[in-house]
Ligand binder design. Structure first.
Ligand code: FAD
Length: 433
């Protein structure tokens, strides 16, 4: 029997369609929902935030380069035209696989025929004393805002202290991966701007950005040449890069290392790693994967579960070579889309297919006109070309035309060294009224 076209379906038609619940409106959840919006299913996206966050640009919000609204987009707006996609704001506590219910913190229960868990990961503090309490992670918009407040407050306090300041103004970034490198570079640019343009009474030599890592080099997922370039660029910008530094404790205004050094620090920024332990994926199946990720089969169905799928950072996705796919945006986008396609196949009575990750490369920006990119077929690109590639790709993937336009204007402004950026201390309860 011929179906009525999707756009002509009524609410009554839809009430008989299979129910797919997607937990998480990040890269994986959104791409799954986009794919399913073209199918005869009803999709409910549940997220604790009513917006999708473009995590790769969070560090620019944290260092006052972009506004929070530039990197976030309401999930309801993304699917405004899709009648079969709904949004439910809330925190999912657990999934009842016997009754096939998604159970929310507020007691609500949403029935599903298929569920995609796309809850991502969170910062890992490796049980280092004080790290969870005092270090500042960068994994959500709220983290970025809290970090921006702390950085700007520290700079204003230093201005008030002026000549009387006796302590060095250390900003310590822990972790030399892409997030650590990007944050350290942007922070050093922020300090330069507030001294040169905003007239803060700071001594550029006492305000130090220190990037520390246990590893012997930066950007371990990039080739050595890219890592040395990033180090050179950061040092040129005045960042101290220190390797082999093992953090043993974080205090309210200090950090301690295994070699006994205790460094006073106005902010310790935590970019040291991520984990899915403690998130929804952690107790999905009886076999927990590395870092709390859910073990999934080749088709991305969660091992040992029925009609439960997992995509993105929360899934331990086999890469076909005995390892797992990296926790990156392109993996999340492709795996989300793949889960959606498999659900359609199952509903149509077809066999599922294995997931194959198409490597899109990796990138990290260091500062204005300096970035590194490792691209399939093209190898390593760096300098201004790398930076332009980085800009183009991030603009392309940013959700929402207005966001793209605003970010492009902001970056163009900064490129010509005009002071821009929301250097506003928007007070949190902990900081002020
Ligand atoms: C600072 C930073 C920079 C990054 N830079 C890059 C980069 O340059 N390039 C790159 O490729 N990758 C980068 N990544 C990694 C990339 O962002 C992730 O791989 C990607 O976001 C994973 O997508 P996801 O959908 O699995 O999870 P996320 O994007 O984290 O989305 C998970 C969603 O689930 C929601 N959620 C979680 N738990 C619950 C719950 N119990 N109930 C309801 N909702 C819940 C969250 O609110 C969130 O919206 C970066 C990550 C970070 C943190």
């Amino acid at each position: 029997m011929a179906h009525t076209p999707l756009y002509e379906a009524t609410d009554e038609d839809r009430s008989n369609w299979p129910q797919v619940v997607i937990v998480g409106g990040g890269f994986a959840g959104i791409s799954a929902a986009r794919r399913l919006s073209k199918e005869r299913v009803v999709v409910t996206i549940v997220d604790r935030h009513n917006f999708h966050t473009f995590l790769p640009l969070l560090y620019q919000v944290a260092t006052a380069g972009l506004e929070p609204a530039d990197v976030a987009y309401p999930i309801r707006t993304i699917f405004g035209n899709a009648k079969n996609v709904r949004f439910r704001h809330g925190f999912v506590r657990r999934i009842d696989q016997v009754e096939r219910l998604v159970i929310l913190d507020d007691g609500a229960r949403i029935a599903y025929d298929h569920v995609i868990v796309a809850t991502g990961a969170t910062a890992s503090f490796f049980d280092i004393p004080g790290a969870r309490r005092y270090a500042l992670p960068l994994y959500s918009l709220a983290d970025a805002r809290a970090l921006r407040n702390r950085l700007l407050l520290a700079l204003e306090e230093a201005d008030v202290a002026g000549e009387r300041a006796s302590v060095a103004l250390n900003f310590v970034v822990v972790g030399g991966g892409p997030t650590g490198v990007e944050t350290a570079g942007a922070l050093s640019e922020l300090i330069d701007i507030v001294i040169r343009r905003d007239g803060l009474r700071l001594d550029g030599d006492t305000a130090r950005v220190r990037l520390v890592d246990l590893a012997p080099r930066l950007l371990t997922s990039f080739p050595e040449s890219a890592a040395s370039y990033a180090k050179r660029e950061l040092e040129r910008m005045g960042v101290d890069v220190e390797f082999g530094r093992s953090v043993v404790e974080v205090e309210e205004r200090a950090i301690r290392f295994a070699d006994g050094e205790r460094l006073e620090a106005v902010a310790v920024i935590w970019a040291a790693g991520l984990t899915a332990t403690g998130t929804l994926t952690d107790d999905l199946s009886t076999t927990s994967g590395p870092g709390g990720r859910a073990m999934v089969g080749a088709d991305l169905a969660v091992v040992g579960c029925v009609n439960v799928w997992c995509a993105g950072d929360g899934a331990a996705i086999p890469d076909g070579a005995g390892q797992y796919c990296p926790q990156l945006a392109p993996v999340a986008i492709q795996s989300g889309r793949h889960c959606a396609a498999q659900i359609s196949r199952v509903l149509a009575g077809e066999a599922t297919q294995p997931f194959h990750y198409r490597d899109k490369g990796i990138m990290a920006t260091i500062g204005r006109r300096a970035a590194v990119a490792k691209l399939p077929h093209l190898g390593v690109i760096r300098g201004t070309t790398g930076w332009l590639a980085w800009l183009g790709l991030h603009l392309w993937y940013l959700v929402g035309f207005r966001n793209r336009l605003r970010v492009m204007i902001n970056w163009t402004w900064r490129y010509f060294d005009w002071p821009s950026g929301p250097r506003l201390i928007v007070a949190d309860a902990e900081t002020a009224e």
